[in-house]
Design a protein around this ligand. Structure first.
Ligand code: F6P
Length: 258
């Protein structure tokens, strides 16, 4: 069973973790670019990893959005609820684009599968500086932000910069500006460039990248050969405790290059 295998990473998983300088990788067979069943295996792998790592009792799990997580959320299972009370919290407001891939939707699905609780954050994803400063003082929002900061686990996707910028409605001027800054990858509203520096960011209410390192367990969730560059560019910035759940498509493409 997978739980046993988690104690015993195989050679490719160790190699990939070493290359990306993170604690652990789990690689499922296939290539998510073409095979939807990859998302089932990744979801089951996430379930097993959570079962292995989550303490008993109350846990807060902060979840970001994205397609990969949206497709895998239903594979969490009620066995996670044995001797645990799980609280799922969205890591940020809504993207506006597609209700299926929003954090708010994914936490509801995960909570339903694991008999857990969830909270929601119905705010636009991007807000002005001024709105941000007053929103974070709203009691209900401040309460949710406190939960986020006390999370036991964060689960997030990794996006390609240009694609994420388009999804977020960047116009052609902002898109070419992003290209000029050589943004490759996007996570937590931050666009990272080739050298790992943040070259652009969105003001969003929710988990701030700078606070991620304080979270005990982090799962990055991204698959398909097309995501290889995004994964490679984000990982040097990832806290070491990150576990990457991915597929052979992405992992072979990452390991191929030096
Ligand atoms: O929405 C959360 C997020 O982690 C983004 O920050 C990231 O760019 C995106 O998920 C990736 O999602 P997808 O699985 O749709 O490519």
């Amino acid at each position: 069973p997978l739980v046993d295998r988690l104690f015993n990473a195989d050679e490719t998983e160790l190699k990939l973790a070493r290359k990306l300088n993170i604690e652990r990788t789990i690689i499922v067979p296939g290539n998510g670019d073409f095979q939807d069943r990859v998302y089932q295996e990744m979801g089951e792998a996430l379930n097993s990893a959570l079962d292995l790592l989550l303490p008993l009792g109350h846990s807060i799990i902060t979840v970001l959005g994205g397609m990969a997580l949206a497709k895998s959320a239903r594979y969490l299972s009620k066995n996670l609820a044995n001797n645990r009370e799980l609280e799922f919290v969205p890591g940020r407001g809504a993207l506006g684009e597609n209700v299926k891939t929003q954090s708010n939707t994914i936490v509801q699905e995960m909570a339903a599968r694991t008999h857990g609780e969830y909270k929601t954050l119905y705010l636009p994803e991007q807000v002005s500086e001024q709105a941000y400063n007053s929103l974070i003082r709203e009691p209900a929002i401040a309460d949710l932000l406190q939960d986020i900061s006390q999370s036991d686990v964060v689960i997030h996707g990794i996006g390609l910069a240009q694609e994420m910028a388009k999804r977020r409605g960047y116009d052609s001027i902002k898109l070419s500006d992003l290209r000029e800054k050589k943004a490759i990858t996007e996570c937590f509203g931050c666009f990272f460039g080739e050298d790992g520096r943040i070259v652009d960011r969105i003001t969003q209410v929710g988990l701030q990248f700078e606070n991620l390192s304080k979270i005990p367990r982090i799962f990055a969730f991204a698959c398909g050969a097309s995501k290889a560059d995004a994964i490679k560019a984000y990982m040097p910035n990832a806290p070491h405790q990150t576990w990457l759940i991915t597929d052979e498509g992405a992992s072979e493409a990452i390991l191929k290059e030096n």
